[in-house]
Design a protein around this ligand. Structure first.
Ligand code: C2E
Ligand code: CA
Ligand code: CA
Ligand code: CA
Length: 279
C-alpha cells in the first residue's frame, strides 16, 4: 500500500516536472519564433447559412516550429497568458491580419472582414487600443473590417464598468467592431448585452453539441429573439453536422462557423476556399 502511494507521488511529480520543462522550453522558443514568423495566421470562414456565402473569418494562431512541428493554441495560449507573451502574440496576429487586408486592397481583391482574438490580460493594458489603432492606420485598414473578440472575463475582471464601457466606445471610434466570444459559458452573459455596446455574440460550441435538447432550443430561441431586438449579430461556433446547421437556421442564426463548412485554413487555402463563395 505504502509502496503504491509513493509510486503515485513519483509519477505525479514527474508529470509536473515534464510539464514545467515543456513550458520552459516553449517560453524560450517564443522570441525567436516571433522574429522568424513561425507563428501563422489561419483563417476559419464565417458563412451565411441561407446564401452559403462567406461573410467573414476568424484569425486563429498556429505555431509552426521548424523543429517541433505544428503546435496548437491549447498548448501555449494558457502559458503565454501567464508569462505575458500573449500581448506580443496578439499584437503580432493583429498586424499580420492588417497586412493581409492591405494586400487584398492593393490587389483589388474583395476584403473579407476578419475577427482577431484579444486575451483578457491584454485588454487591461491601457496602451492596447492606441497601439492597435496605430497598426491599423499604418496599413490603411478601412473602418468596420476588423472585429475584436473578447471573452466574458474581460467584462468582469475590471470592477469599474465605466472603464470597460469607455474601452468599447474607443474601439468603435477607432473603427473596430466588438464581439463577445464563448457566449453562454459564463454566469451573466445576458446582463453583459444590456450593459455593453456589443456588435456580435459568438455562441459557444456547447450550444451546438446540446442542440437536440428541447431546453437548449428554448434558450437559444430566447437568445436569438433578444439579440435581434438589440441589433446584435449572432455567430454559432463549432458547427459540425447538418442537423446542427438546420436547427440554427430554424432559429435564424446569422452566421455559422465550424468544420461543417471549413476548418481553419492557411491564408492561401482560405483565399481559394473563399473565391467561389464571395458575395
Ligand atoms: P476560440 O476563440 O473559441 O476559437 C474557436 C476554436 O474552435 C478554434 O480552436 C477552432 O479551431 C475550433 N473550432 C472551430 N470550428 C470547430 C468545430 O466545428 N469543431 C470543433 N471541435 N472545434 C472547432 P483553436 O484554433 O485550437 O483555438 C483555441 C483557442 O485558442 C481559441 O478559442 C482562442 O481562445 C485561443 N486562440 C487562438 N488563436 C488566438 C490568438 O491569436 N490570440 C488569443 N489571445 N487567443 C487565441
Ligand atoms: Ca474566438
Ligand atoms: Ca469561441
Ligand atoms: Ca475559447
Amino acid at each position: 500500500q505504502r509502496y503504491q502511494s509513493q509510486q503515485t507521488v513519483t509519477y505525479y511529480d514527474s508529470a509536473i516536472t515534464r510539464q514545467l520543462q515543456k513550458e520552459h522550453e516553449l517560453s524560450d522558443l517564443f522570441r525567436n519564433s516571433i522574429q522568424n514568423h513561425d507563428f501563422q495566421v489561419y483563417l476559419q470562414p464565417k458563412v451565411c447559412p441561407y446564401s452559403g456565402r462567406i461573410m467573414g473569418a476568424e484569425a486563429l494562431v498556429r505555431w509552426q516550429h521548424p523543429k517541433r512541428g505544428m503546435i496548437y493554441p491549447s498548448e501555449f495560449i494558457p502559458l503565454f497568458e501567464r508569462n505575458g507573451n500573449i500581448c506580443c502574440l496578439d499584437n503580432y496576429m493583429f498586424e499580420e491580419v492588417c497586412a493581409l487586408i492591405a494586400r487584398w486592397i492593393k490587389n483589388k481583391q474583395p476584403v473579407i472582414p476578419i475577427s482577431v482574438n484579444l486575451s483578457r490580460q491584454h485588454f487591461k493594458n491601457p496602451d492596447l487600443l492606441p497601439h492597435l489603432s496605430e497598426i491599423a492606420r499604418k496599413y490603411l485598414v478601412p473602418d468596420g473590417v476588423i472585429e475584436l473578440e473578447l471573452t466574458e472575463s474581460v467584462f468582469f475582471d475590471d470592477r469599474r464598468i465605466e472603464i470597460v464601457k469607455g474601452n468599447i466606445k474607443t474601439m468603435h471610434q477607432l473603427g473596430f467592431l466588438c464581439s463577445l466570444d464563448d457566449f453562454g459559458t459564463g454566469y451573466s452573459s445576458l446582463g453583459l448585452l444590456k450593459e455593453f455596446d456589443i456588435d456580435t455574440i459568438k455562441l459557444d460550441r456547447k450550444f451546438a453539441q446540446d442542440i437536440t435538447n428541447p431546453k437548449s432550443q428554448h434558450i437559444l430561441a430566447c437568445i436569438m429573439e433578444l439579440t435581434k431586438n438589440l441589433n446584435i449579430k449572432t455567430v454559432a461556433e463549432g458547427i459540425e453536422t447538418q442537423e446542427q446547421l438546420d436547427c440554427l437556421k430554424g432559429l435564424h442564426c446569422d452566421l455559422i462557423q465550424g468544420y461543417l463548412y471549413s476548418k481553419p485554413l492557411p491564408i492561401p487555402e482560405f483565399e481559394q476556399w473563399a473565391e467561389s463563395r464571395l458575395f
